[in-house]
Design a protein around this ligand. Structure first.
Ligand code: 16G
Ligand code: MG
Length: 590
């Protein structure tokens, strides 16, 4: 096996063009590196090297690298790595390799590279295939070039394939398409739009009664990011326009993620402050984040009151829909459906899923990789973070059974020949007794098949999730208010506290609900929860260090807004005092 030494002179020459500022140390955070864009040139070069090694390790399968800082401000940037499955579930060992390479001082880079290649027994003679993409930040182009230099220094003759401006989930999709030789879809933007829009049109084509034009209307806040550009491209498909009329705002004219976008709407619990607000009560609206891997819905009611439908509400809508289809298709006994959430999931959503929808629920640590891994334990794993990141994973067995059943029920393979069955298809989601004749089973099988095609199973995808929500609402004949009324969120409050070292707070267990250090903090939180809610199960509060910013996050939930706000504030003070708070003491929520 050849060694890294044959690449050493070119790597060291090229790395001089992307020098590391001495002493700078960046953490590999929840989803990769994220920092002020000015600090990242060497990181992108080195992540190009790492991506090349990842591809070589996967015997030349494609891997991906996206230059993005997601929902963070325009001046930041970052990198997300996509493994050969098209997912973002790098092992802890590769995360350590990433940190090691990014933080090696200039004269230690070759040694670090050698160590990684040896630790992973990479066959460096293998050609690397790396797919690149970026969001719309002004720093993206130069950082992408740095990544390309890194890939080419190690990659072999094939230049990396640069998709330019893409949403993060689109790049994940491209990687999976390439590594399945087109089995997952065609690895182009057109292929992506075609796959999603066909599945969407098939689904909504079965909605009965057909929707009026007004019901096809959706307002979309694009966070001034790449998602807005891509939705505009997708909406050029004529058929899609007939079934979904999107009014885009914050579509690129303003500042990225600035007072708009999914993170703003979720955390501030208010509509975007910029762009055109929807004029009418009850009108469905949604927001993407800057790289379009998060989605939240919202609307204003006739009294002008704001209502948020976040990742938890999407999980509820989609889980119930899928569970019902599985039951009607006769697959529920064979296939287990489950939902995966984090500690940020609203308590009402967990109670609804478990007690009303009777769907198994698991709670894991924050970060897509944790939810994604846990969702694989189910045949149909619906995972959503409250912040709007989520998707559905279908196990191989589930995919096969659904495809087989759909093929049996629909040998011609298309919806066009349904003839007399059309009327029955509509009733597959109705409230009848579910005794299910052949046609009901058939309808459910076809709807499941098309849902599998609509979902981006590699990662949460705002475009695909939006189409799925729209399709489910159409099929269920539900308005946004009816969807919202499935359960009532408990009032919650999220605050952040600046501390001198966020590592001072450590959490325990699978779901981060309790801290183990600093000593005394958990006891203080328990006492405050007790005094605010008398220990009722609906009052809770937890804290955790952010994986993306230098802050401690505090989350409180209670029966009333006043109690949730007061509890979050009290706990913020405890964090400030016991965990080395810096700057001014946290102020009460106003
Ligand atoms: C990143 C994660 C998201 C998580 C968030 C938590 C990915 C693709 N994204 O945005 O899942 O909820 O970080 O941020 O993994 P925090 O650690 O700063 O609270
Ligand atoms: Mg994002």
């Amino acid at each position: 096996m050849s060694t890294i030494s044959q690449f050493e002179s070119v790597v060291s020459q090229k790395s001089l063009l992307h020098p590391k500022p001495p002493g700078l140390v960046l953490q590999y955070g929840t989803s990769g590196f994220r920092a002020d864009a000015g600090q990242l040139d060497h990181v992108l070069f080195r992540m190009g090297l790492l991506a090349a090694l990842m591809s070589k390790k996967a015997r030349g399968a494609a891997v991906g690298l996206v230059v993005t800082a997601s929902h963070n401000p325009d001046q930041d940037n970052g990198v997300k790595l996509v493994d050969a499955t098209g997912e973002a579930v790098m092992s802890p060992a590769w995360e350590r390799h990433a940190a090691r390479l990014a933080n090696a001082e200039q004269d230690r880079l070759l040694a670090a590279l050698r160590d990684v290649a040896e630790a992973e027994a990479v066959d460096v003679s293998q050609e690397a295939r790396v797919l690149l993409g970026r969001d719309t930040r002004s720093s993206g182009e130069a950082l992408s070039r740095a990544a390309r230099d890194g890939v080419s220094a190690l990659g072999g003759p094939a230049a990396p394939r640069d998709y330019g401006l893409v949403t993060t989930p689109q790049l994940h999709y491209m990687v999976r398409c390439r590594n399945t030789q087109g089995g997952y879809g065609e690895a182009t933007a057109e292929g992506y739009y075609r796959k999603l829009s066909r599945a969407f049109l098939r689904l909504v084509g079965r909605a009965r009664p057909e929707r009026a034009d007004e019901q096809k209307r959706l307002w979309l806040d694009g966070a001034n990011g790449v998602g807005a550009l891509k939705v505009r491209e997708m909406m050029e498909m004529d058929d899609l326009k007939e079934e979904l009329q999107i009014s885009l705002f914050n579509d690129g004219g303003g500042r990225l993620n600035h007072r708009c976008g999914a993170d703003y709407v979720k955390v501030q619990q208010r509509p975007p402050a910029t762009g055109v607000p929807p004029a009418r009560g009850g009108q469905r609206c949604c927001s993407f984040d800057g790289d379009a891997d998060r989605l939240v819905y919202y609307y204003g009611d006739s009294d002008g009151c704001f209502h948020l439908l976040d990742g938890d509400k999407m999980a509820a809508l989609i889980s119930v829909f899928l569970k019902e289809l599985l039951a009607r298709a006769g697959l529920l006994g064979d296939l287990e459906i489950g939902a995966v959430q984090t500690a940020y999931a609203n308590g009402s959503s967990t109670a609804y899923l478990q007690d009303v929808a009777k769907v198994a629920v698991r709670c894991v640590r924050t970060g897509v990789k944790h939810l994604h891994r846990a969702a694989r334990d189910f045949d149909v794993g619906v995972y959503f973070e409250a912040n709007g990141h989520g998707t559905v994973l279908f196990s191989e067995a589930a995919g096969k059974k659904i495809r087989l059943l759909a093929a049996e029920e629909d040998p011609a393979g298309g919806p066009e020949d349904l003839g007399a069955a059309e009327e029955d298809l509509a009733s597959c989601c109705s409230d009848d007794d579910g005794s299910g004749g052949r046609w009901k089973k058939r309808a459910a099988a076809l709807l499941l098949r098309d849902t599998v095609d609509l979902v981006n199973q590699t990662v949460g995808d705002a475009i695909s999730d939006m189409l799925l929500v729209e399709a489910v609402l159409a099929l269920q004949g539900m308005t946004v208010e009816q969807w919202d009324a499935t359960y009532t969120d408990l009032p919650s409050r999220q605050l952040e506290v600046k501390v001198s070292d966020r590592g001072a707070i450590r959490t325990a267990g699978e779901d981060e609900r309790r801290t183990v250090s600093p000593s005394g903090l958990q006891e203080a939180i328990d006492g405050l929860v007790e005094s605010c809610g008398g220990g009722q199960w609906r009052t809770r509060c937890f804290v955790r260090p952010s994986g993306t910013e230098d802050v401690i996050r505090v989350y409180a939930e209670a029966e009333t807004r006043e109690v949730a706000d007061a509890l979050a504030h009290q706990v913020s003070l405890a964090v400030y005092r016991l965990a080395g708070g810096v700057g001014d003491e946290p102020k009460p929520v106003v």
